[in-house]
Design a protein around this ligand. Structure first.
Ligand code: GTP
Ligand code: MG
Length: 138
């Protein structure tokens, strides 16, 4: 059994669709084993997205992620990392498949409603960034 890190971004909390998004995750067989609502600071966003520091959209990304509340989560399930990426759909909603979260909820490549770890190692680091071990209850 695998764990991945997931985030529901400020564009989705703003539109009050977090429950609808969590339903997609649960319906696909993923289990929420940790969850909290966080309004991250710009510094926290910069730390979380440090790997993207050199990208041209880094400022826009970190400002957006600190512009309102997010839901941070740990999801558990078979192949949780890959499964979550599949349910989320492509980064740009214009490229996302029918039935994916980003196809149905994302507004743009920046305001794309959800984040999901891209590999197991990344998941470990991202989970540890937001949660202590005792907060994850499988
Ligand atoms: P995450 O699950 O959020 O990591 O998305 P991803 O793995 O599909 O995309 P990637 O890691 O390449 O980029 C991280 C995030 O940066 C994306 O989810 C977008 O929110 C944002 N992003 C990527 N490209 C652009 C862009 O061209 N413009 C803006 N404004 N944001 C972008
Ligand atoms: Mg990524």
């Amino acid at each position: 059994i695998e764990r991945t890190f997931s985030m529901i971004k400020p564009d989705a909390t703003k539109r009050n669709v977090t429950g609808k998004i969590i339903d997609r995750l649960e319906s696909a067989g993923l289990r929420v084993v940790a969850q909290k609502r966080v309004w991250m600071s710009l510094r926290e966003a910069e730390g979380f997205y440090a790997e993207h520091k050199a990208r041209p959209f880094f400022g826009e990304l970190t400002e957006f992620m600190s512009s309102g509340p997010t839901i941070v989560q740990v999801l558990e399930g078979e192949n949780a990392v890959a499964k979550n990426r599949e349910i989320m759909g492509a980064t740009n909603p214009a490229d996302a498949d029918e039935g994916t979260i980003r196809k149905d909820f994302a507004l743009s490549i920046g305001e794309n409603s959800v984040h999901g770890s891209d590999a197991l190692e990344t998941a470990k680091r991202e989970i540890a960034y937001w949660f202590s071990e005792t907060e994850v209850v499988g």
